[in-house]
Design a protein around this ligand. Sequence first.
Ligand SMILES: CC(=O)N[C@H]1[C@@H](OP(=O)(O)OP(=O)(O)OC[C@H]2O[C@@H](n3ccc(=O)[nH]c3=O)[C@H](O)[C@@H]2O)O[C@H](CO)[C@@H](O)[C@@H]1O[C@H](C)C(=O)N[C@@H](C)C(=O)N[C@H](CCC(=O)O)C(=O)O
Ligand SMILES: Nc1ncnc2c1ncn2[C@@H]1O[C@H](COP(=O)(O)OP(=O)(O)OP(=O)(O)O)[C@@H](O)[C@H]1O
Ligand SMILES: N[C@H](CCC[C@H](N)C(=O)O)C(=O)O
Ligand SMILES: [Mg+2]
Length: 486
Amino acid sequence: MELQALISNIKSEDIVEILGIKDVNVTGITSDSRKVTTGYAFIALKGVQVDGHDFIAKAIELGAKVIIHDEDTDTSNSSVTYIKVKDAADAIGKIASAWYGNPSQKLNLVGVTGTNGKTTTATLLYNVFRKLGYGAGLLSTVCNYVNDDQFPATHTTPDPISLNEFLAKMVEAGCEYAFMEVSSHAIHQKRISGLEFKGGIFSNLTQDHLDYHGTMQDYLKAKKAFFDNLPATAFTLTNVDDKNGLVMLQNTKAKKYTYSLRTLADFKARVIEKHFDGTAIEINGRELEVQFVGVFNVYNLLAVYGASVLLGEDLEKILIVLSTLKSVAGRFETIRSKDGFTAIVDYAHTPDALVNVLGAIHDVLEGGGRVITVVGCGGNRDKTKRPIMAREAVTLSDQVILTSDNPRFEEPQSIVDDMVAGLDPVQMKKALCIVDREQAIKTACTFAKPGDVILIAGKGHEDYQDVKGVKHHFDDKEIVKNILGL
Ligand SMILES: CC(=O)N[C@H]1[C@@H](OP(=O)(O)OP(=O)(O)OC[C@H]2O[C@@H](n3ccc(=O)[nH]c3=O)[C@H](O)[C@@H]2O)O[C@H](CO)[C@@H](O)[C@@H]1O[C@H](C)C(=O)N[C@@H](C)C(=O)N[C@H](CCC(=O)O)C(=O)O
Ligand SMILES: Nc1ncnc2c1ncn2[C@@H]1O[C@H](COP(=O)(O)OP(=O)(O)OP(=O)(O)O)[C@@H](O)[C@H]1O
Ligand SMILES: N[C@H](CCC[C@H](N)C(=O)O)C(=O)O
Ligand SMILES: [Mg+2]
């Protein structure tokens, strides 16, 4: 691609200086010097661990002909074109978009952001539009889809080059819709720069990722930036039952819509009856039965309904499809044992998610049995949530087993110790510590009596346990089924 075309999405005021020949044909783009081959454009990004600018010389050695950078660097190589921009992270998204033919401009792209509910809401929207007969794509924590073709997900929101590559695949496959999760890391790192959204949905903001954002204020600011940058042609749909629901839309140019279970809103739902394998609800005056448990899932379904209406779909058709939807992998997946207790595998790995999923279990259990919770916390993630997770689990369970999740590069025992620090002596009586997650699940199954519920929280769909950067096969559902002889 001609260099001029490659940088055509970058505003001239965002380009500081161009040195060297301008009419260059670029053969590829990357922000990783290790992927450079002859004729490539290399975008130097200052990352969390290292600075891409330190690899410019290496990139040129490997044949890079264009260097895009935002920090001063040696520009003495006359066979190389140097483009200094104000912000390389903002530039790479626009370059990736141009490289792949601006795919987001050829799709109805809807982004979902918030602490919890992104995967559920984005996946259900994808399911709805596939069931309505459209070509649709999905970028999510669990899996990426181009129509029915599956691609493994390394991130909740991929890097800008991978992201635009997926969107281009969707355009090629005839997709009209694309649904994606927009993580706070992605917004902060500008992975979504250059994307044209048709709509943005906000689920909720509660504690998570404070290891990365530092404070809730900065976490909020990161999420809000997504809505601030949506164009006037887009719609926004926010949960006004969340105290930051309206804050998110304060400075957006996009059209504003709201959803709620409690107050006046464009899209309103009410819970009529809760039972173990579903919930009877009413949405904008129409009653339907959904195969989801938990008031939090009613919020997700209401967001799916609202977005579908805003995308122009027929109300009746949407409600019919909603009642056929099934739970997303690793979210509230129930396994019934032969001797009458139930295990639930769920992805809850934040205090709010734990409270919501345990609340949902109590709602349907109605005191008919005990709740035994197996939970751990990820290593190299927000440490401050650990004691809170333990406290919430103990408060809302009859018995808790604190264990490992993905220890990553931390000592498993020290993570459990951080969790225990949240418990007073009385609460400690209800908590056991078993660092080996399989042992913890086994112990919970031996404790359980007919009518009890075991919640196995935090890993959900994950089929690995990340220990010191090695992903060992580990699947909560598989382990429970083996223990229960199913
Ligand atoms: C903390 C974080 O988000 N890091 C992301 C970031 O990497 P980084 O900033 O650490 O990059 P770096 O290693 O410092 O390298 C900086 C630059 O130098 C370049 N480089 C590096 C080495 C080299 O030899 N040559 C070279 O050019 C790199 O390509 C990079 O462009 O940019 C990378 C490329 O986009 C991401 O893969 C990486 O995700 C890491 C692996 C990660 O674990 N991210 C998680 C925390 C994450 O993003 N999670 C969110 C939310 C999860 C959720 O709540 O669901 C997600 O969206 O998945
Ligand atoms: N709307 C919601 N409000 C609160 N908790 C929720 C909501 N939806 C789901 N949860 C809980 O949070 C867990 C994660 O849900 P989901 O995977 O949809 O969220 P996510 O935002 O994609 O999470 P992540 O940021 O880790 O990818 C679920 O397993 C459930 O326990
Ligand atoms: N079981 C995982 C869930 C979090 C994964 C994702 N939200 C992230 O932060 O990378 C953990 O706690 O390690
Ligand atoms: Mg997710």
